[in-house]
Ligand binder design. Structure first.
Ligand code: GDD
Ligand code: MG
Length: 326
């Protein structure tokens, strides 16, 4: 069987105030009245046999509403607390058969180009059946520090995987030319991934297994979950495994993770800025910017954000501060 595993654990804190704890960005109906979560479900469910959603207690009702609307049956895994992607992927693997091929996708990306997406997935499933852990590589356009980088050769061979390098390292990667961004989607056999996890991060494997074995109808126990080290699959497995392959992709991919990528995406869709590159998001009110360049004004009914595009990664700090005060 081929199963689409949708990871939907994050709140999208770098998109505050568009994104809130009660309304994470993947459920906002921002494109054609559809959420990114719904678009993920629709894109993948036609290419796979089953859908599995790994989310948390705070958002499982939002996932359910979308899947019910689409009339899709799905396997629901509910985390009591987020323990990062290594644990989330481990739960999905435990829930599947070792020979099932899992296509793990985030729920918050924009992907355009149905035919090339389908071709990439089909190729990935073939490679996964041969025992590979497949990543999907995106041609980088800037030395982004929020992504993983895949050094590759001969089309699908991976020389190294480097998660979130600092800026000077990212610049070095870009200038070398044989690096791709990691899209954050993965394809592998459940049993292959569990073997690698066991080898490289045994504590995550063991503690996730203990938590999984005690699950109640897919819901994980809080205390057992708190015991699992919080580490992403990129650090836990991708940087260390020898089984990694890459598919250089042809489809358009956009991780709307922070306001700088939202800004670039909106410009590509015809959203305008003023002559100094200032942009307004969320209101049609006339807005004037004086003495400012590349500033983004985000307006919502209950909170506003004004930021310089270069400070997009710092929005998380505002979110964290507000959370701690509430
Ligand atoms: N269920 C669950 N539980 N999902 C989670 C958890 C968790 O504890 N933590 C994160 N997720 C989900 C997020 O909602 C998102 O859909 C996906 O897993 C990836 O997590 P992010 O937090 O968005 O990761 P990232 O953006 O920093 O980095 C990853 O994606 C980049 C591309 O967007 C890495 O794979 C990078 O290498 C990659 O370049
Ligand atoms: Mg992300």
């Amino acid at each position: 069987k081929v199963i689409n595993v949708i990871l939907t654990g994050g709140v999208g804190s770098r998109l505050w105030p568009l994104s809130r704890k009660s309304q994470p960005k993947q459920y906002l109906e921002i494109f054609e009245d559809k959420s990114l979560f719904q678009m993920t479900v629709e894109r993948n469910s036609i290419l796979t046999d089953d859908v599995m959603v790994v989310g948390n207690v705070d958002n499982c009702h939002l996932s359910k509403a979308v899947l019910n609307k689409s009339g899709l049956d799905y396997i629901d895994i509910v985390e009591s607390t987020p323990r990062n992607t290594a644990a989330a992927i481990a739960f999905a693997c435990f829930a599947a058969d070792p020979d099932d091929v899992l296509i793990v996708t985030p729920s918050d990306h924009v992907i355009e180009g149905d035919a090339s997406y389908k071709a990439a997935i089909e190729l990935a499933v073939n490679k996964a059946n041969e025992g590979a852990i497949v990543t999907f590589g995106i041609v980088p356009t800037k030395p982004e520090t929020g992504y993983g980088y895949i050094e590759y050769a001969n089309n699908d061979e991976v020389i190294s995987f480097r998660e979130k390098p600092n800026e000077s390292t990212a610049k070095e990667f870009i200038s070398k030319g044989n690096f791709l961004w990691n899209s954050g989607m993965f394809c592998f056999k459940a049993g292959v991934m569990l073997d690698e996890l066991k080898d490289f991060t045994p504590e995550v494997y063991e503690k996730s297994k203990i938590a999984w074995d005690q699950n109640k109808e897919g819901k994980l126990d809080l205390a057992l979950s708190m015991d699992i080290p919080s580490i992403s699959i990129d650090y836990a497995v991708m940087e260390r495994s020898q089984k990694i392959k890459v598919i250089p992709t042809q489809f358009n991919w956009s991780d709307l993770g922070s306001f700088d990528s939202v800004y670039d995406y909106l410009i590509s869709k015809g959203h305008t800025t003023d002559a100094d590159g200032n942009m307004v998001i969320g209101t049609d009110n006339f807005t004037a910017f004086l003495g400012l360049q590349n500033t983004i004004f985000v307006s919502t009914p209950t909170a506003n954000l004004i930021l310089h595009k270069e400070h997009a990664q710092k929005v998380k700090d505002v979110y964290v501060k507000l959370e701690s005060e509430n």
